[in-house]
Design a protein around this ligand. Structure first.
Ligand code: NAP
Length: 488
C-alpha cells in the first residue's frame, strides 16, 4: 500500500471535517491520535454542504481530489447532501471516484453500552461491495409512470469483494465468511456473487464459508448475531444490514467504516451529519474514532491503533465519562471531555475486554483487463422489446403478432412488471402502462444479427413505440436472461 510520507517522516492523511457533527467528531479523533505520538500529518480539505453551496455540483472540489490523489488516505467526517444543491451525494462520489470497492463495517459489543444483546459477544464485520449494484445510480423513467434502476453486478466486482472478504478474515484472524445474497430471486445478478463466492472459497480452506439468503440473514442477525463473523454482500444489502448491525451494539455512534481500494482508502463513520446535534459538543465520536483506528492499522501504525482501542475500552468500562446516546443527553459528558478521558487512559489496558491481533490486509490483485469472462460460444436468440402501452395485453399481443409476420422472430409472451399476461394464464395482474414483449427467433438454431434486430425495431416501432430494448443472448449454450413469472 503506497502512502505519502512528509519530509519529517510523517504519514500524510487528507482530513475532511465534514458537516453537522462532523467537525466535533473529527477534532476529538485528531486530538486522540496526536496524543499517541503516531507519525501522522493532516492536510485539511473540504467536501459536502459548503462546497455544494459554492455551486460545485459534485460537492467535491478539485483541491480535495488532488489532495487524495497525493495522500491516498482520507479521514472524513459525514457529509450532508443539502436539498436543492447537486443531485448526487458527495460521499458516494468520493467512494466511486477512487474505486474504493470494499466497504468494511465492523461492530463489536462494548463495555458499559447496554443493549438487549449485551453479554453475547457480538463481534462481526459486514463487508459491503461499494461500487456496483443498484447504487451505480443508473435510473430511467421508461414511461411517464414506470421507473427503472439498473442493477449491474460484474464477475470482476464480485471477485474483488469476495477475495477481499477472505483476505480480511485472515488479517483479523477470523474464522468464517458468510455470503448473503438474494440469488434465489435474482439468479443472474445476486447469483453472480453467490457463484463467485463458492468458486473463490475453495482457495481459502482455512476459513469456513457458507451462503445465507439475505432476508434470513437479517432475521438471524436479530435472533442470533453471535453466529456471524464476516458477512460479504452486495451494495444495497450491505447498506441495510450494516445499519441493522450497528443497532445491535448501541447505535450509529459506535459504527465505524472503511472504504478500501487498491489505490485510495477513505475512513468514515457509518452515521451522517446528525444536524440536530451540530455544534452542541454532545455527540459520540466513537464511530469516527473507530474508523481512525482502522486507518492507523491501514497505515501500519498497529501500536497506536491498539493503544487507542485499549484506551477506548477502558474508558467505556470505567463508565465515568459517557456520551448522550449511552446515558441520555441530560446527564452526559461533553464530546471533548470524552476525548480527554480517552487521552488520559492511553497506556491502560482492560483485562476483560481484549483488542484483536491484526496483520496487514493483503488487497487482492484482480486482473486490470475489463474482460473477465470469455465464453466459447455465444449467440443472440431474441429481443425483449419494452413498450409504453395503455391498452389491454390481448390488444398488444394481437398487434405485435401481426407486426412480426415476415420477421425472423415470433412473440413468445408479454409480461407486465415481470408477470406473464399474454397469452393469458388467468393471473390477476394489475397492469401498468409498460409491457415487455419477448420476441424469440423462429429458427431455434439461428443467431440474430444487428441488422435483424434493427429491422424488428424499425417495423414494430412504427406503430408500437419502444421504451427500452434488451438483447436475449446465450453464452456457452446457457441463457443470459431469466424467464418471466409464469413463462414456460
Ligand atoms: P444521521 O446523521 O446518521 O443521524 C440519525 C440519528 O442517528 C441521529 O439523529 C442520532 O439519533 C443518531 N446518531 C448519528 N450519529 C450519532 C453520533 N455520532 N452520536 C450519537 N448519535 C448519533 O442520519 P440522517 O439524519 O438520516 O442524515 C443527516 C445527513 O447526513 C443527511 O444529509 C444525509 O444525507 C447525511 N449522511 C451522510 C453520511 C456520510 O457522510 N457517510 C451517511 C449517512 C447520512 P437520535 O436522534 O436517536 O439521537
Amino acid at each position: 500500500m503506497s502512502m505519502h510520507v512528509t519530509p519529517d517522516g510523517k504519514k500524510l492523511v487528507t482530513v475532511i471535517p465534514g458537516d453537522g457533527i462532523g467537525p466535533e467528531c473529527v477534532d476529538a479523533t485528531k486530538r486522540i491520535i496526536e496524543a499517541t505520538g503516531a507519525p501522522i500529518a493532516w492536510e485539511e480539505r473540504y467536501a459536502g454542504e459548503s462546497v455544494f453551496k459554492q455551486g460545485i455540483a459534485s460537492g467535491v472540489p478539485t483541491e480535495t481530489i488532488e489532495s487524495i490523489h497525493k495522500t491516498r488516505c482520507v479521514l472524513k467526517g459525514p457529509l450532508g447532501t443539502p436539498v436543492g444543491f447537486g443531485e448526487k451525494s458527495a460521499n458516494v462520489t468520493l467512494r466511486k471516484l477512487f474505486e474504493t470497492y470494499a466497504n468494511v463495517r465492523p461492530v463489536r459489543e462494548f463495555p458499559g453500552v447496554k443493549t438487549p444483546y449485551s453479554g453475547r459477544g457480538i463481534d462481526l464485520v459486514v463487508v459491503r461491495e461499494n461500487v456496483e449494484d443498484l447504487y451505480a445510480g443508473i435510473e430511467h423513467m421508461q414511461t411517464p409512470g414506470v421507473a427503472q434502476c439498473l442493477k449491474l453486478i460484474s464477475r470482476k466486482g464480485c471477485e474483488k469483494i469476495v477475495r477481499f472478504a477472505f483476505e480480511f478474515a485472515r488479517a483479523e484472524g477470523r474464522k468464517s465468511v458468510a455470503c448473503a445474497t438474494k440469488s434465489n430471486i435474482m439468479k443472474l445478478t445476486e447469483g453472480t456473487l453467490k457463484r463467485t463466492f463458492e468458486d473463490v472459497a475453495k482457495e481459502y480452506p482455512d476459513i469456513e464459508s457458507w451462503h445465507v439468503i439475505v432476508d434470513n440473514c437479517a432475521h438471524q442477525l436479530v435472533k442470533k448475531p453471535e453466529q456471524f463473523d464476516i458477512i460479504v454482500t452486495t451494495n444495497m444489502n450491505g447498506d441495510i444490514l450494516s445499519d441493522l448491525t450497528s443497532a445491535l451494539v448501541g447505535g450509529l455512534g459506535f459504527a465505524p467504516s472503511a472504504n478500501l481500494g487498491n489505490h485510495v482508502s477513505i475512513f468514515e463513520a457509518v452515521h451522517g451529519s446528525a444536524p440536530k446535534y451540530a455544534g452542541k459538543n454532545v455527540i459520540n465520536p466513537t464511530a469516527v474514532l473507530g474508523s481512525a483506528i482502522m486507518m492507523l492499522r491501514h497505515l501500519d501504525e498497529f501500536d497506536a491503533a491498539a493503544a487507542i482501542e485499549n484506551a477506548l475500552l477502558v474508558t467505556l468500562e470505567d463508565g465515568k465519562t459517557r456520551t448522550g446516546d449511552v446515558v441520555g443527553y441530560d446527564k452526559c459528558a461533553k464530546t471533548s471531555e470524552y476525548a480527554d478521558e480517552i487521552i488520559r487512559n492511553l497506556g491502560r489496558k482492560s483485562t476483560a475486554w481484549k483488542v484483536r491481533e491484526y496483520k496487514p490486509i493483503l488487497l487482492p490483485q484482480v486482473t486490470t483487463n475489463p474482460v473477465m469472462v470469455t465464453p466459447k460460444t455465444r449467440r443472440v436468440v431474441g429481443m425483449d422489446y419494452f413498450v409504453e402501452w395503455g391498452g389491454t395485453p390481448e390488444e398488444l399481443g394481437k398487434k405485435v403478432e401481426g407486426l412480426v409476420e415476415g420477421l425472423p422472430v415470433v412473440l413468445k409472451m408479454i409480461s407486465n412488471r415481470g408477470t406473464k399476461v399474454y397469452p393469458s394464464m388467468g393471473a390477476i395482474t394489475d397492469c401498468v402502462d409498460q409491457s415487455r414483449c419477448r420476441l424469440v427467433q423462429r429458427n431455434p438454431d439461428g443467431d440474430l444479427s444487428n441488422a435483424d434486430l434493427a429491422a424488428i425495431v424499425t417495423k414494430l416501432g412504427a406503430s408500437v413505440n419502444w421504451a427500452h430494448l434488451e438483447k436475449l443472448q446465450e453464452f456457452d449454450g446457457q441463457p443470459g436472461y431469466t424467464k418471466a413469472q409464469g413463462e414456460d
